[in-house]
Ligand binder design. Sequence first.
Ligand code: NAD
Length: 346
Amino acid sequence: MSQRRIGLVGYGDVSIVHVGAIEAIDGLELVGIADTDPAARERAAAETSLPVHSSVEELIEALRPDAVHVTTPHDQHVDPSLAALERGVHVLQEKPLAHTLAEGERLVEALGSLRAARADGGAGAPKIGICFQNRYNRGSQELARLLAGGELGEMRGAWASVVWTRTAQYYEAKPWRGRWETAGGGLLINQAIHTLDLVQWLLGPVERTEGLVSQRKFAGVTEVEDTADLVLHHASGVTTTFYATLTAPAARPVEFEVETEKASLEVRSGGVGGLTVRWKDGRVDTFSDRVAAPGGRAYWGVSHEELIRDFHASLDDPEPFWIGPGEAMASLRILTDAYRASGVGS
Ligand SMILES: NC(=O)c1ccc[n+]([C@@H]2O[C@H](COP(=O)([O-])OP(=O)(O)OC[C@H]3O[C@@H](n4cnc5c(N)ncnc54)[C@H](O)[C@@H]3O)[C@@H](O)[C@H]2O)c1
């Protein structure tokens, strides 16, 4: 891969993962940071000694990066990403695609227009990838491989659960996280979206979502849901039973279990993760996730860095990155349906 100059847009909690990955991956160089908050800019300058700017536009004008990583709050995803794409700069954007379905559609449509307006028919257009890094977990990858291989027989359906913990301090430290206007929701759009994405990627499109979201613990602290209890109806006719909550005293590993004619498959992520395949003839196969070295970034696992590496390696390919805005619309549609069914959200 040719040498690539990268700008970081948003210097908050998740930026440690992006800065660390850019440092660790050969051929990538972080050249500057943009943040709208003067305190974050001060911290960025002190911690990195790189040039800091107050907007993505200013950063691009001053530094001419090849790509930017957009790591801003949910309602601040589409504008910075579009500003970069319109200036010919590649974008790796954090999940979710956007804080509302309408904003997500705006990005998808603008990207289509940008591609259509090019003389090359879009082949050389700047690319955009969305950080759904759990697709890079070894357990997810092995499950995808087995499902595509056809040896599992008929698909019967799935079960998934995300039982995690959050504190009032998590929301008080960054008030955008607890508000509909800025986050577009709570547990589903911020945390459980990774599992919704995996479910629809591996079992196919979700046509209909039944169930409800609710606030069971953080009333008075946030406006948004902290618990969800859903059944996802896939276009293929099977269903996924889905439970998620942030009300537990400690985080459990995320569970994702797929039932097929020939085997039961259990994916775990968080802690010691991976895939266990229990074949109905008695055989058991296990595939362990790769584990990060202990330290600051260990909490986030290795898959985020894998996705970042793969995105940059793919920039020389003619095809769009495989996890783009179209893919990311799917999880946004599922959670928007759950919000509508529950009478909450925009
Ligand atoms: N993929 C993952 O597993 C993962 C994990 C954590 C967070 N995230 C995502 O990363 C994003 C950021 O989360 P966070 O917890 O780091 O948030 P944060 O609040 O800690 O940081 C966001 C930073 O963006 C800055 N900002 C706001 N608007 C901006 C704009 N228009 N231009 C430039 N800077 C702007 C803020 O001042 C802040 O410093 C969210 O979308 C979140 O969902 C993803």
